[in-house]
Write a protein that binds this ligand. Structure first.
Ligand code: MN
Ligand code: MN
Length: 296
């Protein structure tokens, strides 16, 4: 990677980590999820970042992909809150997450995903096998009596692409693919007090443009134009509703989904509704280890 690109990647990572720390400071009983989301998004823009995806605050048995709607009414109280922040700088992405335990009763579960992440990071170097990284994650989580979420995984980070190869498993899947110097990846262990398998719930508030196609309806066309400005990265309904109003946006999103222009990212919920914690950092593989890009 060119030095100039590396600097953009580092900048995205730094902003993502700062935004995550800021989010943590705002998550308190009595604060509204919507308000915290907006403040964090404002902070990202102030720091010179773009959104690699909308800021997400997934509570309790929701592992990921809960993003506030324009009229979201969740007030933080005693939830287990997994915050996931993605920032882009000229397409270079920093992706990181942590879980805040407002009840104070789930520190073991939170620690399990943190330990798993730290253990995985120790293994990262050229030649490290993906299955071995998964095993380190799995062992850290099961040793505390929890289950790794097997159908969620870490991933490569590309230019304007949030999920590329390689896939970093959260359990030992036997994958012997080796990491290479220069690989940019996000590692994201999830620890579950329940099934350790998530399903796609509804309704979705996060979407992504997958294929541009002509649309006839005037409103839908207008909204598609706005969506094209999100540079093929995930976006949320709220951004559109704040600009165009709920009725038009819901009509357009439905139409765009039906004709295959956008896809949904629904909330991912633990199958047996166990609490889920997450920890995530982005890194680049170096000659003899790795450089963590989102050092929170
Ligand atoms: Mn993430
Ligand atoms: Mn990620």
């Amino acid at each position: 990677m060119e030095e100039e690109e590396l600097e953009k990647l580092r900048k995205a990572g730094k902003i993502a980590a700062e935004a995550l720390k800021y989010a943590k400071s705002l998550i308190k009983p009595g604060a509204s999820l919507l308000d915290v989301t907006k403040k964090v998004e404002e902070k990202i823009v102030q720091m010179g970042g773009g959104f690699a995806f909308p800021a997400q605050f997934s509570c309790n048995d929701i592992a990921a992909h809960y993003c506030a709607e324009a009229d979201d009414d969740i007030i933080f109280d005693k939830q287990l809150v997994s915050v996931d922040i993605g920032v882009e700088v000229d397409g270079f992405i920093g992706d990181n997450a942590m879980t805040v335990d407002l009840s104070g009763e789930n520190s073991e579960l939170v620690q399990a995903s943190r330990d798993a992440l730290e253990n995985a990071l120790k293994l990262i170097k050229p030649g490290a096998k993906l299955g071995e990284i998964g095993k380190a994650i799995q062992d850290a989580i099961t040793s505390r009596g929890f289950a790794p979420v097997r159908n969620l995984s870490g991933h490569g980070l590309g230019e304007y692409k949030i999920h590329t190869k390689p896939t970093i498993p959260n359990y030992d899947n036997g994958d012997e693919t080796e990491l290479k110097e220069g690989d940019v990846i996000a590692i994201e262990p999830f620890a579950s007090a329940g099934a350790g398998v998530v399903y796609e719930s509804s309704p979705a508030s996060v979407f992504e443009l997958i294929e541009k196609k002509p649309v006839r309806n005037m409103f839908t066309r207008k909204i598609l134009k706005e969506i094209e400005g999100y540079k093929d990265l995930p976006f949320c309904r709220r951004w559109l509703v704040d600009k165009f109003g709920e009725a038009k946006v819901n009509f357009a999103l439905r139409e765009l989904k039906n004709i295959g222009v956008i896809r949904e990212y629904p909330p991912l919920v633990d199958q047996s509704h166990g609490l889920v914690s997450q920890a995530e950092k982005s890194l680049i593989v170096t000659e003899d280890g790795c450089e963590v890009l989102t050092d929170y």
